[in-house]
Ligand binder design. Structure first.
Ligand code: ATP
Length: 551
């Protein structure tokens, strides 16, 4: 018999009570070896608060309301009562637990659920499509809550909202996998970058650890995008000598996969956006005869000049009027990297070599121009030219670097003019007053830290009434709990926010606060995991103290 979901819940409860990273890793690594092959990947994902592999475009499609309805049904009450309980407790998991406790006194029979059964129920939910899908999902969620004990209910609810809040982030789980199966953590990380699913990596670490170093990217399993740090041309040349300078396009990132005549394209959040971008898919499919995975930026153009990001984003993820929008907004791909070619993963090859292969297999007009320079003045000339052409700035890349998925390191440095901003997760809001009555007037923002979200401040300025109305429409269905004038929101939306200064502060759980925060825009292309981390906020604070500017 497999691991009971009850035991999983007990482990979560135990971990929630531990604050030391090493102890958490040790506890989890002790559990992994005794899980069977089916449960191991499921456990590894669940403990991070994730249900499906990160490359997968599946999702549960369960909002707070559906969850409340299911719980209400199981405990024999109305949605309003569940909502009130959640408002009173301020945490969905704990509120569900308490409601189930009351019910437990009156009912006797539950059918024990194990980890795999819960996972299979989740799979059925993700597969439910069409008109009847909500009813079907509700039925499944009712079935699950009808068969759990109160403690299981706490974590089942949080897992469904993909927010476990026990502090087991990717880094901790990676370390636990390495420790459990006695393999080098760098191998685990390497395989994780290629497979983009720690669950599958854990299984491989147990079955065939040697194979961890040989894993290849699988077409149609997108990998995380490599990211950049802010920096300067001078420092990058001083550190590396010759560098590769490219324009920094103000568009939207994509990853294009093609095998034979099958092609798909993914957004930066790894959503499948093939249906929204038929023109880009066609262009790229026809631009090469090879099987490839390409990395690049989609830009909007009009009369040969790039148009701002807002135009691009209106085409991404669009499900309706794809064709008429296509006529209004012309998009072109600018490809700057290649990760896979005819069955072979190129991630570990030096960038300069990947670049040569890219030029050899892709039609020239779609390859982003690149300038190899070792003289700062020459690099600055490219920078000036980039701005003249209407681009955001330049990217300064290290020619002998590997492709490191998901890593925001110094191998890619971005240089652009302008003020610094932070991308922060919206975790709450406050009802507005006066003209802003009936919508949210300010928003509580947080940084992320190993799966936890820690507030850094509120933003209310920089938002026009029109934008406020849009933000309300965007966030109103994500309300989890109310308390007085404040609401707690399901953390899904990322705001880009400007600020005058980062200060240390005892008022917010992050230990920092922002002076004069100012709303810039919603980062629809960014996921919560990609928002500013506590670590990088601390680094920015240090740089600011040392008087280093952003450029
Ligand atoms: P920003 O808000 O400055 O765009 P970001 O947080 O979205 O930054 P970064 O990793 O800091 O992302 O900057 C890299 C981003 O710049 C990439 O994700 C990509 O969308 C974009 N970009 C534009 N041109 C290039 C290029 N030539 N090479 C790599 N990335 C590029």
């Amino acid at each position: 018999m497999g691991m009971q979901f009850l035991e999983f819940a007990q482990i979560c409860e135990h971990l929630e009570g531990i604050s030391g990273r090493l102890e958490m890793i040790e506890q989890v690594s002790a559990v992994l070896p005794r899980l069977d092959d089916e449960e191991l990947p499921i456990f590894v994902r669940f403990i991070m608060g994730r249900v499906f592999p990160d490359w997968s475009t599946k999702n549960l499609g369960v909002g707070p309301n559906l969850l409340y309805d299911a719980v209400a049904y199981v405990v024999g009450t109305k949605r309003g009562v569940v909502r009130e309980a959640i408002n009173a407790v301020g945490d969905v998991g704990l509120a569900v637990e308490q409601l189930l406790e009351k019910k437990e006194q009156t009912s006797f029979f539950i059918q024990e659920l194990d980890l795999s059964e819960v996972y299979h129920a989740f799979e059925r939910m993700a597969a439910a499509e069409g008109q009847r899908s909500q009813r079907e999902k509700l039925r499944i969620v009712q079935g699950l809550f009808g068969n759990v004990r109160p403690l299981e209910g706490r974590y089942l609810a949080r897992l469904m909202l993909e927010e476990l809040r026990i502090g087991m982030g990717e880094g901790n789980v990676r370390d636990a996998v390495a420790r459990a199966f006695n393999v080098d953590v760098r191998l685990v990380e390497h395989a994780h970058q290629a497979m983009n699913d720690l669950g599958a990596v854990a299984l491989l670490a147990r079955r065939d650890p040697e194979a961890l170093s040989r894993v290849t990217i699988e077409p149609f399993h997108p990998v995380k995008m490599m990211l950049a740090q802010a920096g300067t041309i001078a420092a990058q040349i001083a550190d590396h000598g010759e560098v590769a300078v490219e324009y920094k396009y103000d568009g939207s990132r994509f990853q294009f996969h093609k095998v034979g005549n099958l092609s798909r394209i993914y957004s930066r959040k790894l959503e499948d956006v093939t249906g929204s971008l038929p023109d880009i898919v066609k262009i790229l499919s026809e631009a090469t005869d090879h099987d490839v995975i390409l990395d690049g930026e989609v830009v909007a153009v009009r009369d040969g000049r790039p148009m701002p990001f807002q135009y691009v984003i209106r085409r991404f993820r669009r499900k309706h009027e794809v064709n008429s929008m296509m006529e209004k907004i012309e998009l072109v791909p600018r490809v700057f990297d290649i990760l896979y070619l005819d069955g072979e993963t190129l991630m570990d090859r030096p960038f300069a070599e990947r670049r040569k292969l890219l030029e050899a297999v892709l039609a020239g007009s779609y390859v982003a121009p690149q300038f190899r320079v070792s003289d700062p003045a020459a690099a600055e000339a490219v920078y000036t030219e980039a701005l003249d052409l209407g681009h955001e700035g330049v990217m300064v890349k290290v020619p002998d670097s590997p492709y490191t998925p998901g890593v925001r390191g110094r191998l890619w440095v971005k240089v652009k003019p302008g003020v610094e901003t932070l991308d922060l997760v919206v975790v709450g809001a406050e009802w507005g007053e006066g003209r802003r009555a009936g919508m949210f007037g300010s928003f509580l923002l947080a940084v992320q830290d190993q799966g936890r979200l820690l507030p850094v401040g509120k933003v209310a300025t920089g938002i026009t009434d029109e934008v406020l109305a849009d933000l309300y429409a965007l966030l109103k269905d994500k309300v989890i709990a109310h308390s007085g004038k404040e609401v707690t929101l399901e953390p899904e939306v990322v705001f880009e926010v400007g600020y005058a200064e980062i200060q240390t502060s005892p008022n917010y759980a992050s230990g920092y606060a922002l002076r004069f925060p100012r709303f810039v825009q919603v980062r629809v292309d960014k996921s919560v995991e990609e928002a500013e981390s506590l670590e990088s906020l601390a680094e920015r604070y240090r740089q600011q103290k040392n008087g280093q500017g952003s450029l």
